[in-house]
Design a protein around this ligand. Structure first.
Ligand code: CS2
Length: 497
């Protein structure tokens, strides 16, 4: 292999012989989008669609300025800055083919902790037309049971009295919208790209709650003028590994310190309501629809919940990746049973979508042997994910007298996972969760009180009071504590249906 070349703007002409590079003039680009939360997913999805568009037509007003709100974002900022905000996307196909392309749509990156005012000014700039978000399910600061904004959060309390030095996202949006209104500028659109049903409505509710507490007049203006399109986003994007970096250096000849790997599949369904214009993403395959509800529910209750089913059961069993787990026939059968018997009956019909084909395709996507999606990534922040992905399905089945066994076993496995934190072989599991301590404490009470885990009201609400659920859960959790070989219980669930 020829000498590897550093990923930088000035090296793009030379790199063009080795991989696909941005063919457009990056020097002319302005940041029409400010994006909060630049992780792998933003870089494989929104930034990818936008890069595609830039290749196709003049979309220079839609460059992206990334924003990080946490100290943990510094490394990404430093690496991207040193690479002129360029990075490589490795699209790994199931047959082993790897497409490599350099994405050029990201043109800047700011860290709010270094200079919060600069971030507010950027959002308030006339160039900015959209502020998009991937702040994770937990980032919206809503109470998991009541769904209300949690004003008592210490960061929120801080932000209410420090509007010029905010910490959390809703204070930045509020401060920037205030400036725009004062300057007579149209508001930007707030575009959520997180896996939450009605993510736009959720962003709106949270922002209005904060703005109302800080400036009720402004809240009214936001309510009347700011658009919050709901959207369904989809592309499986595992955590970048050193192997990705080595592959690019050794096989492709580009030195990129933080590339992104993803699957070929990509989907974005968006409601077409924008307050200040939008890129023509539909030219690149995004679907603009009047109502995204059925699409988002289908995706969250099948794909994300399917991930959680494999993630928690697979971790306890000693599997490591999604593809490895779904290739185990027992797990594949269980996943399909969960999807067909528990998730599908509570879904709405999606016009033009064949749910059977969608599920077949999901199982194929999960099985892509070149996407090594670690179960640890799937299980992280389960306390924010499961209420949305899985517990809602259990709840709806309880209401309609539908089957709950598949989902209930996942909750029992989550209890064991939170309590013991090891697979059945005794290998430690990597637990990352904002509620890690509460989860552990609650789960550890199981020996004395079999429903102890369910008493974690912010996660389970009143499920502990539902006799049909608690009877089954108690049986399962007791059996699992006696013998952590989850496959036995999985077989039992399968046999019962
Ligand atoms: C995963 C998602 O976070 C999770 O548990 O299910 O990150 C999933 O990979 C994406 O939503 C795919 O679009």
């Amino acid at each position: 292999m020829k000498n590897a070349i550093l990923l930088k703007q000035e090296n793009l002409p030379e790199l063009a012989d080795r991989l696909v590079t941005p063919s457009y003039d990056r020097s002319k680009m302005k940041a029409g989008i400010v994006h909060i939360g630049v992780g792998g997913f933003h870089r494989s999805h929104e930034a990818y669609y936008t890069d595609n568009l830039m290749k196709e037509m003049d979309a220079s007003e839609w460059g992206i300025c990334g924003v990080g709100l946490r100290e943990a974002d510094r490394k990404m900022r430093d690496i991207l800055r040193s690479q002129d905000y360029l990075y490589t996307l490795l699209i790994r196909h199931p047959d082993g083919k790897i497409e490599t392309r350099i994405i050029g749509s990201l043109i800047d990156f700011m860290l709010s902790i270094d200079d919060p005012m600069a971030v507010i000014d950027k959002m308030a700039s006339p160039d900015t037309k959209i502020v998009s978000l991937t702040i994770t399910e937990g980032g919206y600061n809503f109470h998991p049971v009541t769904g209300e904004f949690m004003l008592e959060n210490p960061d929120v309390q801080h932000d209410l009295v420090n509007p010029d030095k905010p910490k959390q996202v809703f204070a930045f949006l509020t401060a920037a919208l205030k400036k725009r209104r004062a300057a007579g500028l149209p508001p930007f659109t707030v575009q959520s790209c997180d896996n939450i049903q009605h993510n736009g409505d959720m962003a709106k509710k949270m922002l209005l709650a904060f703005a109302k507490a800080q400036d009720p007049e402004l809240a009214k203006w936001i309510q009347a003028h700011v658009a919050f399109p709901n959207a369904m986003v989809d592309r499986i994007t595992p955590v970048t590994t050193p192997k990705d970096i080595d592959y690019l250096r050794d096989e492709v000849g580009v030195i990129d310190m933080w590339p992104v790997t993803c699957e070929p599949f990509c989907q974005w369904v968006i409601e077409d309501v924008f307050s200040n214009g939008r890129p023509a993403w539909e030219k690149m395959g995004a679907q603009f629809v009047a109502d995204v509800t059925p699409y988002e529910k289908m995706k969250i209750r099948l794909l994300n919940a399917g991930h959680s089913v494999l993630g928690l059961l697979g971790s306890i069993h000693g599997h490591e990746t999604i593809d490895g787990t779904v290739r185990d026939p027992l797990f594949a059968k269980y996943l399909r049973g969960f999807m067909d018997i528990e998730a599908t009956p509570v879904l709405d019909q999606v016009e033009g979508i064949d749910l059977t084909a969608y599920k077949d395709n999901l199982i194929e996507r999960f099985g892509n042997p070149n996407i090594k999606d670690n179960l640890a990534r799937i299980c992280l922040e389960s306390s924010a994910k499961l209420p949305k992905f899985l517990i809602s399905t259990i709840r709806e089945n309880l209401a309609s007298n539908g089957s709950i066994a598949y989902g209930t076993l996942v909750i029992a496995a989550w209890c064991l996972y939170s309590d013991k934190g090891v697979s059945r072989h005794g290998v430690a599991l990597d637990k990352v969760d904002a509620m890690k301590d509460e989860l552990h404490l609650a789960a550890a009470g199981t020996a004395k009180d079999v429903l102890a885990f369910l008493r974690l009201e912010p996660v389970f609400g009143d499920l502990a009071n539902n006799p049909r659920f608690t009877t089954l859960y108690s049986e399962m959790v007791q059996a699992l504590y006696q013998d952590p070989d989850i496959s036995k219980l999985m077989k039992k669930v399968l046999a019962g249906n």
